[in-house]
Unconditional design. Structure first.
Length: 265
C-alpha cells in the first residue's frame, strides 16, 4: 500500500503563537519536534495497516521542519518547494492508495485556533462555494483531483468538525481546541497515540469507498485585510472586484483554482 502524508504545524498539539511556527525563534524547535513526532505516529499507523511506501510532504512554511532521522525507512520526505500548484501536497499523483493530513489548522477568520489562516495571513475570509476554505479543503480536494482519497485528518478541533463532511470515510483526531487567542491542548504524547491508532483504523477501511465527489464548479471569494492586496491580486486572470477588500473568480477546472492559489494569497 502506498500512502501520501501532508504535514503542517499550526494544528499540532500545542502551537498557539506565531513564534512557535517560525524558524529561528526560541519557541520553534519544540513545535518542530512535535510535528515530527505526529508525522512519525502517522507513518507507524500506516505501516501497521499495510503501507510499505510513504511519501511525506513537509508542508509548513519553507518545508524544512521534519527531522528525517525519526522517519521509518520506507518514508521519503519532500522538503522545500518547486513552485507547482500542488504546493502542500507536492508529490501527490495517481497510484497512491490514500492521503492523510497531519497538524492542519482552521481556515482564515475561524475562531477555533489563534493561528487560523488560509495559505497566508493576508486574508480575513476565504470562501470556496460559499464555505470557509481551509488549506485542508484545498489540498485534500487536490488529492482527489489526482484520484487519491483522503481518509485521515488531525488538527485543531474546529477544523476536524468543519471538515467531516468533505470525504466519506474521513477519520479525524483533534490535537487542541481554541477560542480567540488561547488554546486548550491535549497532552502531546496522547495526541501521537491517537494519531497512531486513528491512521491505522482509517487505512484499514474499504478504500474503494473513500473517494469524495469533487464539485463541478468552483466559486472562490477572497477578502483581504488590506484593500491594496485586493487591488493588486484582482489582476490575476479570471478575477473580478466584489468590493474594496474582496475579489472573486469562478472556474469548472479545479487545476485552474489550484494554479491561482500561490499567486493571490
Ligand atoms: Zn503552516
Amino acid at each position: 500500500m502506498r500512502v501520501f502524508i501532508s504535514a503542517d504545524i499550526e494544528g499540532t498539539a500545542f502551537t498557539t503563537i506565531w513564534p512557535e511556527t517560525d524558524h529561528g525563534e526560541e519557541e520553534y524547535p519544540a513545535a518542530a519536534r512535535q510535528m515530527t513526532m505526529e508525522v512519525k505516529a502517522a507513518c507507524e499507523g500506516a505501516i501497521a495497516a499495510g503501507a510499505d511506501y510513504i511519501v511525506v510532504k513537509d508542508a509548513h512554511d519553507g518545508g524544512r521542519n521534519i527531522d528525517l532521522n525519526e522517519m521509518p525507512k520506507c518514508v521519503e520526505v519532500i522538503r522545500a518547494s518547486n513552485g507547482s500548484p500542488r504546493t502542500m501536497v507536492e508529490g501527490i499523483e495517481a497510484g497512491f492508495d490514500a492521503a492523510m493530513f497531519i497538524g492542519y489548522h482552521s481556515a482564515a477568520g475561524k475562531i477555533g485556533n489563534p493561528l487560523s489562516h488560509t495559505f497566508t495571513t493576508k486574508t480575513t475570509r476565504v470562501l470556496l462555494n460559499g464555505e470557509d476554505c481551509s488549506e485542508f479543503m484545498i489540498y485534500s480536494w487536490c488529492a482527489a483531483y489526482y484520484g487519491v482519497p483522503t481518509v485521515f485528518l488531525s488538527g485543531d478541533k474546529m477544523l476536524t468538525e468543519d471538515s467531516a463532511h468533505l470525504h466519506p470515510m474521513l477519520k479525524t483526531v483533534w490535537a487542541k481546541d481554541g477560542y480567540g487567542g488561547y488554546t486548550r491542548c491535549r497532552q502531546p504524547q496522547l495526541v501521537c497515540d491517537l494519531i497512531r491508532q486513528g491512521t491505522e483504523e482509517a487505512l484499514k477501511q474499504d478504500l474503494s469507498k473513500a473517494m469524495c465527489e469533487l464539485p463541478k464548479h468552483f466559486d472562490l471569494q477572497i477578502s483581504y485585510k488590506e484593500h491594496r492586496d485586493a487591488a493588486r491580486y484582482v489582476n490575476y486572470p479570471g478575477f473580478e472586484m466584489v468590493d474594496s477588500h474582496t475579489i472573486r473568480m469562478q472556474t469548472d477546472d479545479y487545476y485552474e483554482f489550484l494554479r491561482c492559489v500561490p499567486f493571490v494569497f
